[in-house]
Design a protein around this ligand. Sequence first.
Ligand code: MN
Length: 308
Amino acid sequence: MLLATAEDVLILTHKSPDGDTLGSAYGLYYALTAIGKRARVACSDPLPKKFDYFYPKAPFEDFEPRYIVAVDVADPQLLGSALQQYAGRIDLCIDHHISNTGYAGQLLLDHHAAATAEVVCEIVNAMGVTLTSQIATALYTGIATDTGCFRYSNTSAKTHLIASRLIEAGIDLPRINQLLFETKTRARIALERLGMATLEYSFGQRCATIVLSQEILTRSGAEDEDIDGISSLPRQIEGVQVGVTMRERSEGGYKVSLRAAEGVDASAICKLLGGGGHRAAAGCVVHGTEQEAKAQLAGAIATQLEAL
Ligand SMILES: [Mn+2]
């Protein structure tokens, strides 16, 4: 394996970093440094505070990279502006997105893997590196976040087998899960309270919509990190088949996140409005006032809900 012989490794994550890109990057970083290699992780955006428990305490050693790895980055554009300089010279990409554009010199892609961290775990194993609790803590975070704590349909028997190896490495499982899934910032709770107060049902209570206006976003004090994942809330209501979260943009119009139940295609709805995504989760941008945006959305949602 080329990575095993690589020196001075720069590990790149995608912009708006999530638990998988960061968990994969730091898991790989700890594995490489454990066998005496110089490595560092780079990201275009500030790192979310919620993953503090696996970031290194000391700053990275500075060096001129001789080998560049991208993790969980399906397209070089996702590197973000600060890392664009590396876009054309990535030696290895480790990923699980079927949409990967094949931009790297070498691509290690397993689209059956629930998370890139699963693939990294196998690489670490193949390199013969002992799985320390430090490596395992980062990799577990990647898998747990991309599977919604082993609840989403991407979770496989293999996901659990890999998780079992990570648990055997001595990670503090209850603490990590508590931090990831049972802890919310006060700004997040304020945002949920204000957001849920705007809840409206339509289509005979089969559609639930919340609106996060600029006023609500400001009043709650929520930052991007606090807003993450809030769009799953309206879909959690019993009997709701389409959950809609409308986030007012500072430049006008709404960024819309759709979450759909089994049998409803969220991406088909969003495509009608110029967006896209997956069957269960999709998004689009809708222009106009709140009422105009809601009317456009209702027209598109009707094509799915009225067909049932
Ligand atoms: Mn991922």
